[in-house]
Design a protein around this ligand. Structure first.
Ligand SMILES: [Fe+2]
Ligand SMILES: [Fe+2]
Length: 354
C-alpha cells in the first residue's frame, strides 16, 4: 500500500484526514516538520508528503525543502489556509511542490491530488529504474568485451574466430527474422562461445597437425568450461546454455551432452552452423584453410542431419545471394572469405602492451 504523510499543527484536521484516507493508503501524520522528519527517518520515506504552510518552528516550505533534499523521490503537496501569492511562490521555489492546494480542500480534490502524485512517483521510479538498467546493461557489455579481450591475450586465433562467428551468426539470426533482441543475444553468445578454451593449454590449441584422441578430449572440455565461467553472470538470457551447446548436433553426434533436435536451443543451432563455416573456411594452426566452398558443402550435406535446416538455408542464402563477407577485425588483415582469399593472421601487439 502506498504511504502518504499529512503534516499539520491542527490535530483535528489530521484526525479527519486519517479517517478519510486510512485503508486506501497507509497514512502517517505529524504535527510539526521536525516530528515528521523524525518519523520519516524511523519508518522510511513516504511516496507523498502533504504539508500545511504555517506551522511553529519550521514552516511548510522549509519542511518540504528538507524532505526534497533527503528523499528526492517523495512527491510534495502544499495544503495551506494562506492562499497568498508569496506563500505559493515560496512553496514552489523552495519546496518544489507538485501541487499547491488551499483549505478548506474538498475530499475529492485532495484525493485526486494524491493519486496524481502517486502516478508521478511511479513515473520517477520507472525512469530511475530505466537508467539503472541501462547502466547495468552497459556494465554487462563491458564485461563481455573484457571476456573477448581476455581470449585475445591468451589465444589470438580463437579471438579472431569468435569475432567472425559472431558476425555470421548475427547475420543468420537477422536472415531468419529473429527479433532484434534475440539477434543481439546470438551475437553476444557467439562472441564468447569458445571462452572455455582459456582453460585449454596453448600447446594443444596451437599445435600444428592432428590432435591425438586424449588431446581432443581436453579440447572438447571447452564447451562445459565456458558454461561454468558464464553461469554465475546474469546476462538476462541463458548465455551459458547457448555456449555449452554450440558443438551439439541434431543427430546427437555432438558434445558435450549429445543433445538432439529441439533439445538444442535455436541460438546454439545458429552458432553451430556459423562456427563450422568459419572453422572450415579459415586457416587453423593444424591445417590450412579449406575455403568457403568446402564449408558450405559440409553444411549443405549435413542439413537436417547434423545442422539445423533453417540455419543451413540462411547461411547458404547469405553467401550465395546476399553477398555476405566477413569484416576484417583490428587484428585481422586478411581479405574476406567471400572473396576467396585465405586468411593468415599477422598479429600485432595490442595497444598499450609491449
Ligand atoms: Fe567451440
Ligand atoms: Fe568455435
Amino acid at each position: 500500500m502506498s504511504r502518504v504523510m499529512f503534516v499539520d499543527d491542527d490535530e483535528l484536521l489530521l484526525y479527519s484526514w486519517r479517517r478519510l484516507f486510512q485503508g486506501k493508503y497507509e497514512v502517517a501524520t505529524a504535527e510539526s516538520g521536525s516530528q515528521a522528519l523524525e518519523q520519516l527517518e524511523q519508518d522510511g520515506p513516504c511516496e507523498v508528503v502533504i504539508s500545511d504552510f504555517q506551522m511553529p518552528c519550521m514552516d511548510g516550505a522549509a519542511f518540504l525543502e528538507e524532505v526534497g533534499s533527503r528523499y528526492p523521490d517523495s512527491i510534495r503537496i502544499m495544503l495551506t489556509g494562506q492562499a497568498l501569492l508569496e506563500t505559493a511562490m515560496e512553496a514552489v521555489n523552495k519546496g518544489r511542490v507538485f501541487r499547491f492546494l488551499t483549505k478548506p480542500c474538498p475530499r475529492d480534490l485532495l484525493d485526486r491530488a494524491i493519486r496524481d502524485s502517486l502516478h508521478q512517483h511511479r513515473l520517477v521510479q520507472t525512469e530511475r529504474e530505466y537508467f539503472a538498467l541501462r547502466e547495468w546493461q552497459k556494465g554487462l557489455e563491458g564485461l563481455a568485451e573484457a571476456l573477448v579481450r581476455l581470449v585475445e591475450f591468451k589465444d589470438p586465433y580463437t579471438a579472431g574466430h569468435q569475432r567472425r562467428v559472431a558476425q555470421l551468426a548475427a547475420a543468420m539470426a537477422r536472415e531468419l527474422g529473429l527479433p532484434a533482441e534475440q539477434v543481439a543475444q546470438v551475437e553476444l553468445a557467439a562472441s564468447i562461445h569458445d571462452l572455455g578454451k582459456m582453460y585449454v593449454p596453448a600447446e594443444f590449441l596451437n599445435k600444428p597437425g592432428r590432435l591425438n584422441p586424449p588431446e581432443f578430449e581436453i579440447i572438447k572440455l571447452h564447451a562445459r568450461i565456458g558454461y561454468e565461467i558464464l553461469k554465475p553472470i546474469r546476462f538476462g538470457f541463458p548465455i551459458h546454455d547457448i555456449v555449452v551447446q554450440h558443438h551439439e548436433r541434431l543427430d546427437g553426434s555432438g558434445y558435450p551432452a549429445g543433445l538432439r533436435d529441439g533439445a538444442i536451443s535455436r541460438e546454439a543451432r545458429i552458432i553451430a552452423v556459423a562456427d563450422v563455416i568459419e572453422a572450415i573456411s579459415y586457416h587453423r594452426p593444424y591445417r590450412p584453410a579449406k575455403g568457403l566452398e568446402a564449408a558450405l558443402e559440409e553444411i549443405h550435406g549435413g542439413r537436417g542431419i547434423r545442422y539445423d535446416p533453417e540455419a543451413a538455408a540462411a547461411v547458404e542464402r547469405l553467401f550465395t545471394k546476399k553477398g555476405f563477407f566477413f569484416l576484417a577485425g583490428k587484428q585481422e588483415t586478411g581479405a574476406a572469405v567471400a572473396e576467396g582469399s585465405v586468411w593468415s593472421p599477422r598479429l600485432k601487439p595490442m595497444e598499450g602492451l609491449p
